[in-house]
Design a protein around this ligand. Structure first.
Ligand SMILES: NC(=O)c1ccc[n+]([C@@H]2O[C@H](COP(=O)([O-])OP(=O)(O)OC[C@H]3O[C@@H](n4cnc5c(N)ncnc54)[C@H](O)[C@@H]3O)[C@@H](O)[C@H]2O)c1
Length: 318
C-alpha cells in the first residue's frame, strides 16, 4: 500500500496533456499516480511516479486506487475526444460522463481534497458573439460537448452540496506537436506534422475557418497554476481560456514558411467545418486572468516556431 495523501492521481495520465501534467507535477516534487488504458505506459518511470492501467469505467478498480493511494488531488483527463465520441455514443456516455460521476462520487466519499476536470469550448454550441462572453449559455451540438457539460454540472453539484473543491478549465483547440487522432480540432497539429515529414495535407475545413486556440505548454501551465491557486481567490468553479485566434490558412502559411515544400489543400468535411466554424474565434477569459493570474506565453508565431522545432527534432532534422 502506498499511503501518500499529498499525491496526485492523473486519469488519462499517459495522454497528450496528461503526460505533461505528470512531468510538471513531478518537477515540483509531487508524487504522481497515472492511470490510463493498458499499453500506453511510458517506458521510463520517474522515481516518484506510480503507473496504473485499467479502464476508467471499472468502478471497483477506481475504488481500490483511491483506497490504496489516497490522492490529495485528482486531475481527471481521461476522455474520448470530439471525433471518436461520435463513433459509439453509449461508450462515450459511459467513459466521459458515467465514469466521471463515479469518480466524483468516490472523491467525495473518500475525502479527496481537490478535483480538476478538463472541459472544453465544445460545451458551447454555435457562438455568434465575438469575443464569446464569460457566461455564454452552454448548449453543445456534439456528443463530446454534451458529456463534458454534464460533468461540469455534476462537479458543481458535488462542490455546492458536498464541499468538494471542484475546479474546471474549458480549453479551446490545444495546438501541439503530438495531438491525438481522436479530436476534430487536431488538424493544425497534424498539418505541421505532415509539413515536417514532407507529406501533403488536406485541411478538413475552409481556408478562412478557425477558432480560439492555445499552445500546449500554456495549457499545462494553466492546469498546474489553477490547481495550486488559493481557493479564496477563485470566484467561480469553471474558467474559460483563450490564447489566440488561428485559421487553417494561417497554419498553411506558417507551415510553408518553415517547410517551403509543404503541399496542402482545403477540402472541408461538412461536420468538421460546421463545428469549427461555430466555435468562437476569441473568448473572454478575464476571470481567469483576474482571479489566478492566467497569462498565456505563446502567440501563434511563437507556437508555430516551437512546434516546428520539436517536430524537426523528432524527425532528426537538427
Ligand atoms: N487537446 C485538446 O485540444 C483539448 C481541448 C479541450 C479539452 N481537452 C481535454 O483534455 C483532456 C486530455 O486531452 P488530450 O489532448 O491529452 O487527449 P488524449 O486522447 O491524448 O488523452 C486522453 C487519455 O484518456 C485515456 N482514456 C480514454 N479512454 C479511457 C478509458 N476508458 N479508461 C482509461 N483511460 C482512458 C486515453 O488513453 C488518453 O491517454 C481530455 O479530457 C480532453 O477532453 C483537450
Amino acid at each position: 500500500m502506498n499511503d501518500k495523501p499529498g499525491s496526485a492521481l492523473i486519469t488519462g495520465g499517459n495522454g497528450n496533456l496528461g503526460r505533461l501534467v505528470a512531468d510538471g507535477l513531478l518537477a515540483k516534487g509531487q508524487h504522481v499516480i497515472t492511470f490510463d488504458v493498458p499499453g500506453t505506459e511510458s517506458e521510463n518511470l520517474h522515481d516518484n511516479e506510480t503507473s496504473l492501467t485499467g479502464d476508467i469505467r471499472d468502478v471497483d478498480a477506481l475504488k481500490g486506487i483511491l483506497a490504496d493511494h489516497r490522492p490529495g488531488t485528482i486531475y481527471h483527463l481521461a476522455s474520448l475526444l470530439s471525433g471518436s465520441s461520435e463513433e459509439d455514443l453509449l461508450a462515450t456516455w459511459d467513459i466521459n460522463a458515467n465514469a466521471s460521476f463515479h469518480l466524483l462520487n468516490l472523491a467525495h466519499e473518500t475525502g479527496v481534497g481537490r478535483f480538476f476536470f478538463a472541459s472544453t469550448v465544445a460545451t458551447y454550441g454555435a457562438v455568434d458573439s465575438d469575443p464569446m462572453p464569460e457566461d455564454f449559455p452552454q448548449w453543445p451540438e456534439n456528443m463530446y460537448g454534451a458529456t463534458k457539460v454534464a460533468v461540469e454540472r455534476m462537479g458543481i453539484y458535488f462542490k455546492a452540496r458536498h464541499s468538494l473543491d471542484f475546479r474546471c478549465l474549458r480549453f479551446p483547440l490545444v495546438v501541439s506537436p503530438s495531438a491525438p487522432q481522436g479530436a476534430v480540432s487536431a488538424f493544425p497539429s497534424h498539418a505541421f506534422k505532415a509539413a515536417s515529414r514532407g507529406e501533403t495535407f488536406r485541411f478538413p475545413v475552409a481556408e478562412a475557418t478557425g477558432m480560439s486556440t492555445l499552445f500546449l505548454d500554456d495549457a499545462i501551465d494553466a492546469i498546474i497554476t489553477f490547481c495550486a491557486a488559493d481557493p479564496i481567490k477563485l470566484s467561480r468553479p469553471a474558467y474559460n481560456l483563450h490564447g489566440y485566434h488561428l485559421s487553417a490558412g494561417m497554419v498553411a502559411d506558417a507551415a510553408r514558411r518553415r517547410f517551403p515544400n509543404f503541399d496542402c489543400s482545403f477540402d472541408p468535411i461538412e461536420a468538421v467545418e460546421h463545428l469549427i466554424a461555430g466555435w468562437p474565434d476569441r473568448i473572454d477569459d478575464q476571470a481567469a486572468r483576474r482571479d489566478w493570474g492566467w497569462q498565456p506565453r505563446f502567440d501563434f508565431e511563437k507556437s508555430a516556431d516551437r512546434i516546428c522545432d520539436l517536430l524537426r527534432e523528432e524527425e532528426g532534422m537538427t
